[in-house]
Design a protein around this ligand. Structure first.
Ligand code: NDP
Length: 326
């Protein structure tokens, strides 16, 4: 009813994606299986993983052991930066499928708008980074082959989304998975996504391990927790779903995994108060690899290395033209 939060959001494919997922970044291989087991037992039907998390084998084993049928659980993985070359995309997906022990994914994302040169760990392929369309076309092929049901991106800002969608896409990105937290609520991106039919997924929703304690100390979070007799984690996770985003809390502590699944609609007044407080301070971002890759710009800046098409000539573009670097 109207007093409940949505348990699912509907994507352009018609698929329904569960609104709360277990995130498994930094879940150690010897702990992730128990976390997945606890999640499935608590009622989660959505696991957010990635090739780069190095635990897809263990996630797959726990899934199999749970006895939950494949078609009852939503599985996401992500294409790592070193596999953006068109010929590398399908082999990379195949590795994830094999590790997970499944023959399709529900969602496959481009993990970062950063393409690395073949066989390197940190050398940026500038052309493919400025224009990921060749990579995207391969993802579209994977949909047509039945290996992935939905495709999307991660860590794309608005200029990069516009840059990609200026191409003649067969399938538009269904999802953009980005950092969204009390510290970095990104109201402009949330608004843009809503207007453009793009669903956002909130990563590091509790502020990641760096800021989780600070999140629980936010007065508005404490107030909700007290007023509704729920935990601070439940208050903040509920806020994310109420904002209209999928939320991906990570925990390897079974009791926390259980706790995090129980969301509820916040009274409008308390929701608005928390939203206002989140937007009132300077944004603080936790996850940003721009320096690690020596990009020379910030990957999240509006003019950080991306060519933005004019509104007038959408569709017309120069893939490797000069960069505006911020
Ligand atoms: P989260 O905001 O989910 O925070 C995780 C931290 O919070 C861990 O230290 C965890 O501890 C702790 N925690 C979780 N629940 C509770 C609770 N109820 N009470 C107290 N502490 C709690 O951050 P992440 O950065 O891990 O992000 C979540 C997920 O988002 C990732 O796992 C991944 O799936 C995705 N992600 C995607 C990225 C991308 O580039 N696309 C980047 C970053 C994240 P403990 O585990 O010890 O219980």
């Amino acid at each position: 009813g109207a007093s409940e939060l949505p348990t699912h959001f509907t994507l352009p494919s018609g698929d329904k994606i569960p609104s709360v997922a277990l995130g498994v970044w930094q879940a150690p291989p010897n702990q992730v299986g128990d976390a997945v087991t606890a999640a499935l037992k608590a009622g989660y039907r959505h696991i957010d993983g990635a090739w780069a998390y190095r635990n897809e084998d263990e996630v797959g084993k726990a899934l199999k052991a749970s006895g939950v049928p494949r078609d009852q659980v939503w599985l996401t993985s992500k294409l790592w930066n070193s596999f953006h070359a068109p010929e590398d995309v399908e082999p990379a997906l195949d590795e994830s499928l094999k590790a997970l022990g499944v023959d399709y994914l529900d969602l496959y994302l481009i993990h970062w708008p950063i393409a690395l040169k073949k066989g390197t760990n940190n050398e940026v392929d500038e052309a493919l980074t400025a224009n990921p369309y060749p990579t995207w076309q391969k993802l579209e092929e994977l949909v047509d082959k039945g290996k992935v049901r939905n495709i999307g991106v991660s860590n794309f800002n608005i200029p990069r989304l516009r840059n990609l969608t200026a191409n003649p896409l067969k399938y538009k990105p269904a999802i953009n998975q980005v950092e969204l937290s009390y510290w970095n609520p990104q109201p402009d991106l949330v608004k843009w996504a809503k207007e453009n039919g793009l669903l956002l997924e909130a990563y590091s929703p509790l502020g990641s391990s760096d800021l989780v304690r600070e999140t629980f100390n936010v007065p508005e979070v404490k107030e909700i927790s007290r007023a509704l007799s729920i935990t601070p984690a439940q208050a903040i996770i509920s806020w994310h779903v109420q904002r209209g985003t999928v939320v991906l809390p990570k925990s390897v502590t079974p009791s926390r995994v259980e706790e995090n699944f129980h969301v509820r609609k916040l009274p409008d007044e308390l929701f608005n108060k928390l939203e206002k407080a989140a937007q009132a301070h300077e944004p603080r971002r936790v996850v940003n690899p721009s320096k690690r890759y020596n990009l020379g710009y910030d990957i999240f800046d509006d003019d950080g290395g991306v060519i933005v098409p004019d509104e007038d000539d959408a569709g017309e573009r120069s893939g490797t033209g000069s960069w505006r670097t911020g």
